[in-house]
Design a protein around this ligand. Structure first.
Ligand code: AMP
Ligand code: MN
Ligand code: MN
Ligand code: MN
Length: 288
């Protein structure tokens, strides 16, 4: 076996998980705990991708170094496209890049005002003190998300589990939903590229859009120099995995895979538990 083939075979055998969250956004584990759990579960290459935030990466990197796990610096950016919120992963970014950091700061500042408006909207619907309740669940002063509202609404007895809270209160058309403008798609991709990273459209199957709209989205993402799509995500059915594998081939996009792990009880796929990517796709890590 040539050295090149041996390297390629070994790379295929590595276990990648390129999407997960810590207490620096809306995950339940600290960055070090996420890394320890990933290592215990056999993950070789892990990207921590907190929402709109890179402040957990230093702790994750220190722990990864100790355990011999390869940490990829990542982030998951909130983006507005048409009337939808999209998530775009930045993988192998330089977390010190000022352009990226400024962009993330702007998105997080938007979250603060949005959270007040979510609290007001829930109060109109008869749920008082939701903002204060959500604040109790915040684990980083720098970031508040709908997840923190959802945890409080479960505690307060408004729903039995997280997915019910979202369905009944926090999605478009429901009482606690507020319109919000995140970053625009070309800006998000530019920030990621300026930071030296790959821009990957997260869980494309999650967006409520027609088949034609989804094709437009992928075409625009590709035209805006997006690099890849997350083909394997717990959000995707078997049919969607096949569909996004086809789209990756058709648009010449790289393919990614991630558990989107947030913590025990809130994620039904654990760190490292995604199946292998279809083997004719070009993985986003191919050039790493
Ligand atoms: P935000 O970025 O503040 O809009 O919050 C989005 C986060 O809410 C996602 O990253 C998920 O962690 C969580 N989320 C969204 N929809 C659901 C759902 N149906 N069930 C559980 N968690 C959800
Ligand atoms: Mn989340
Ligand atoms: Mn997401
Ligand atoms: Mn995520």
């Amino acid at each position: 076996m040539s050295a090149e083939i041996a390297v390629a075979v070994l790379a295929c055998m590595l276990r990648y998980d390129l999407h997960c969250h810590s207490t620096h956004s809306d995950g339940l584990l600290t960055p070090a705990q996420v890394v320890r759990r990933a290592a215990q579960r056999g993950v070789d290459v892990l990207a921590l991708t907190d929402h709109d935030e890179v402040s957990g990466l230093a702790e994750a990197r220190a722990q990864a170094h100790e355990l011999g796990l390869r940490l990829i610096d990542g982030v998951e950016l909130s983006v507005t496209w048409r009337d939808l919120t999209l998530h775009v992963l930045g993988l192998r970014i330089d977390p010190g890049c000022p352009v990226l950091r400024d962009g993330l700061t702007a998105i997080r500042e938007g979250r603060a005002g949005r959270a007040r408006r979510i609290g007001d909207a829930l109060a109109v619907a008869g749920i008082r003190d939701a903002y204060e309740g959500a604040r109790k669940y915040v684990t980083s002063e720098r970031l508040i998300s709908r997840t923190h509202f959802a945890r409080y609404l479960v505690e307060a007895g408004h729903a039995r589990e997280m997915k019910d809270v979202f369905r009944r209160y926090l999605v478009p058309g429901k009482p606690g939903h507020v319109a919000h403008q995140w970053a625009c798609l070309p800006d998000a991709i530019t920030w990621i590229h300026t930071a030296g990273g790959h821009a990957v459209l997260a869980h494309p199957g999650r967006y409520k859009v027609s088949a034609a709209g989804r094709r437009d989205l992928l075409a625009e993402f590709h035209d805006a120099a997006g690099d890849g799509i997350e083909v394997l995500s717990p959000s995707h059915s078997r049919a969607q995995v096949d569909e996004f594998a086809r789209q990756a081939r058709a648009f010449g996009l790289l393919a990614s895979s991630g558990s989107d792990y947030h913590g025990a009880g809130e994620s039904y796929v654990d760190l490292g538990d995604m199946p292998p990517l279809p083997d004719d796709l070009v993985p986003v890590w191919q050039s790493w």
